[in-house]
Design a protein around this ligand. Sequence first.
Ligand SMILES: Nc1ncnc2c1ncn2[C@@H]1O[C@H](COP(=O)(O)OP(=O)(O)OP(=O)(O)O)[C@@H](O)[C@H]1O
Length: 695
Amino acid sequence: MGDTASRRIAVLNSHLVAAERDVASSLQLHDTAASSEAPEEIDYSVALPERLTPTGPWLVHRSAQCPERLISSFPAPDDHIRTLYDNLEVSVSRYANVPFLGQRTVDSKGHAGPYKWMTYGEAGEARTNIGSGLLHLGLAPGATVGLYSINCRDWVLVDAACSAYSLISVPLYDTLGPDAVRYICSHAELAAVACSAEVLPIMLQCLPDCPTVKLVIVYGSQGSKRLPSLPAGVHCKLLGLEDVKAIGREHPRPHTPPAPSDTATLCYTSGTTGVPKGAVLSHGNLIANSAGNFSIIRLQQGDKHISYLPLAHIYERVSLISCLHAGVSIGFYRGNVLELLDDVLELKPTLFASVPRLWNRIHDRVMATIRASNPVSRRLFAAAYASKKAALDRGDPSGGRFGPFWDRLVFSKIRARLGGEVRYMTTGASPISAEVFDFLRICFGATVLEGYGMTETACTIALTHPDDPLSGHVGGPLPSCEIKLDDIPEMGYRNSDSPHPRGEICVRGPIVFHGYFKDEAQSAEVLDAEGWLHTGDVGTWLPGGRLKIIDRKKSLFKLAQGEYVAPEKIENVYQRSALVQQVFVYGDSLRAQLVAVVVPDPEELLPWAAKRSLPADLPALCRDPGVNAAVLKSMQEEGRAAKLSGFEQVAAIHLIPEPFSVENNLLTPTFKLKRPQVQAVFQDAIAVMYARLDK
Ligand SMILES: Nc1ncnc2c1ncn2[C@@H]1O[C@H](COP(=O)(O)OP(=O)(O)OP(=O)(O)O)[C@@H](O)[C@H]1O
């Protein structure tokens, strides 16, 4: 062995020993720190000097950053930005030559090349041309315009044109089929739809049932090609986006800027609870939310964002608004998740927003690679991980004094999977486990933040802080809203609970939406007379004013013996079993027990089966009663470890080989279960499970 190599090993060994010492001392520290729960220095929120009942405790929490007022815009000198139109106008003049919207070039053989960029200045001009064209073609301020495609440059340009001329944009997920498209076109009374060539056939199929739609604009590869003819009897114009721009150039119109209280968008929810609801969001709502996020996530010119989460969902929509505000360059994926990593390696984003389902998969893949590696690599990874985790536990999210060393030696390869330059990673839309959250912080060397929010609050309600070493909570309220917890007696949650108040999370402030479009009854169910939005989520206050989501009231059901069950909480527990990839928990109100439909994780189940000489055949394994019993046992063990009550433990499971997915219409585009649909698809299996339990 050469000198350099032996020196490296000696250095490595000394680091290993020091790191192990580090871990040991932190474990001691951790023991004593556990009871004090939170480092003092992070103060997320404060309880307002306002009583909701004459004698009750202080109940309303606001961000500790500025408890005296709720913010509705960016700090000075940008406090005049009140609408999406203002937001783009400022960036067009401030960042005129900065790359704004990027798409990958693709050569004649279909090979993807570098990103090609449109600058902020060019985008400003393009949206004026598009908007002028729309007005010339007959659209009037206040009209609704559908946006139906994957994320791409033209989506953003048409949306920006809507803002400049007081039109209302209505995004439709590109994954929507004809029924949902028909539903939204009619419900939102769309006057025009801008769509990609890929979904044009579905749009054309729907047109006979969507009489309000008088204009369809096609973008993407179809732009320059001949457009197909319209179905017989449909009175509607069909144009390429380039034609609309040309019309606009010939007939320019001055901008007709919206007011902050004007509706910017009808944002249809992705439907975890049933038929999509059109949340009415004003310009003021969206700017207030973006400004609230901005108070914590300091984006800047030079940052690059990879846009692949659906723009029809509020999470990506508001990410984009914030990026645009800061002059960030936004690169789009090519529309295929299988090619996403390749797009990421080309773009090298500095910002990466995702949802727990994807983070979990990254976690599982990395851990599986580590398990399969040689003993030296495994020990190295374990030492590096433990050292940085110990630093976190001591209250140091930067990774401790050995952090940079471990980052270079061990974690740089993992970080390189996302291009190597990510500085902010965000997670939201559903709960993430503390384990995976910490895994991201440790392995990616980036600031990892969790946001909690919903469509009805124009995105984020609460956000964690970059300096907070603790995980397992969603941080504090954005400075643009206030939060109170309402008692839920039927679930046993009360604001008077000690030491931590618990209850339904209610939100008020400039981020709260204006109700569901044409649905007063549902609006009144969630918005009360005092302006509080009742989220249906259950939270608790932790020390430092941290909010933790502990339950979800929305899918609550009662079992025959009168106990209330929140299935998502139970599913999150069962998901921890290595054998489980996905799970849907169901309870019939006439029965006393719960059952579940479970997708086993093939990466764990197949090796498990091989050890027992069972065939490597997933469908056959799913039918095998022995496998069923083993998976059920592993789930019940997780249930016991998480202290689920007896009635919360499932009594029977049905294994299926095909995952719930967006494609089979059982997941929303942000990978949440569409509960009514899953229940309908598996009603026979559910009946069989209950029949088995009756025997
Ligand atoms: N960080 C988080 N932790 C836990 N739950 C979260 C988090 N972020 C979002 N959620 C959940 O997602 C919900 C909001 O979801 P969203 O607005 O995306 O609606 P949806 O899933 O599209 O449709 P639906 O209203 O039909 O459920 C929240 O009310 C909460 O239950």
